[in-house]
Design a protein around this ligand. Sequence first.
Ligand code: ZN
Length: 278
Amino acid sequence: MKAAIQPAGLTRLCVHTVTTKPWGVEEAAGRYAAAGVKGITVWRQALDGRDAGAVGGMLRAHGLEVVSLCRGGFFAAPDEAGRQRAIDDNLAAIGEAEALGAPLLVLVCGAVPGLPLEEARGQIRGGIEAVLPAAVEAGVRLAIEPLHPMYADDRSAINTLAQANEVAEAIGSEFVGVAVDVYHLWWDPDLEREIQRCARSGSLLAFHVCDWKTPTVDLLNDRGLMGEGCIPLRQIRSWVEAAGFRGFNEVEIFSERYWAQDQQEFLERIVEAYQKYV
Ligand code: ZN
């Protein structure tokens, strides 16, 4: 008989600052730590008007591990000037990650309506290669996060883990890997195989969780809390762990519905749902 998959345990729980967007990063840090959260992924907006180094120190003083900085990317653009702006912005993000003490920058790679997806993927690879020396110098790894195909028009031309693996393998640096977000990838019949594929090269760098609601009423900001939808969370976590991943399970929920609620109550529900479903 196959053994049941055990709950993940709080020691590997990370929350993204955007999940509790109404809180500033200082308030989030104090409340996450008090709730038993061990890791934090910082969204760049949370650094607005702040010194990234000071924020990193503040987070570590709360006992939180800085898991990653979200997000860089958006490399595809209609013209050369746009692609250069993207490269400059990613160089800035790498600098912020280094100052913050985040070992990883997550990339939402970009797409432009009307630009053929193949071309966009070529631009994405070119953009990553352009910033790679700076990432190596800073000691910051880059994670390509495939996005659900519903975002293929304007957010990412990389829509499956296979495509992300192809780009990462083509670049061939230990500083470039992939992020698996269940919201984007849960439907993919090749998911288990592609998780094993990236694990062989040690390029599985991050694991994001939430849930897929039926119906989803907003393509961007209606993600579900774990257990509210149809994603086989524990099964996907077991694939990721079978592939050797030992990093944090990161709760990343964009939800107008939850942002409008009491954030402390929401955080308590996150911790509960994490223990029950992840
Ligand atoms: Zn994600």
